[in-house]
Design a protein around this ligand. Structure first.
Ligand code: ZN
Length: 143
């Protein structure tokens, strides 16, 4: 599997509550692939057993009972935060997830995509959005 590596920077997010975030270290053009969400493809149930709740935010749901678990992967893509006014989008190609720019992104800008999480999960507090965008829906879930 070919790994896409692009100049990205991981540091404290511009969203105070979000922890780490990912920043562009060069300009990305609209449509350009920023990277792949890499990790181990594992059964959702297995991943849930293995991880503490705080680590679950990094699991990428593939929608077929499997998730991508990036725990043992140094790829910075997993640190990209959610925003209701994102500059990136995720694309699913089978069991692979790619993140691409949906507009021109300048070097130094923080990267975001809309997580659009499945509704219906138990602990609502974990899904509160604090992105601060004008159109913020207040949730990381799909509306
Ligand atoms: Zn928001």
């Amino acid at each position: 599997m070919k790994r896409i590596t692009k100049p990205l920077l991981v540091k404290q997010s511009t969203i105070a509550a979000a922890g780490l975030g990912v920043f562009a270290a060069k300009q990305f053009r609209k449509g350009e692939i920023i990277g792949e969400y890499t990790g181990e493809v594992v059964l959702e149930d297995e991943a849930f057993e293995k991880h503490a709740e705080s680590e679950m935010d990094y699991l990428f749901d593939l929608g077929n009972g499997y998730v991508i678990d990036p725990a043992n992967d140094s790829n910075p893509i997993k640190y990209i935060n959610h925003s209701c006014n994102p500059n990136c989008e995720s694309d699913q190609d089978g069991e692979r997830i790619f993140i691409h720019a949906i507009r021109t992104i300048k070097s130094g800008e923080e990267l975001f995509y809309d997580y659009s999480l499945e509704p219906g999960d138990d602990d609502e507090d974990r899904y509160t959005c604090m992105c601060g965008a004008e159109n913020c829906t207040g949730t990381l879930k799909e509306n």
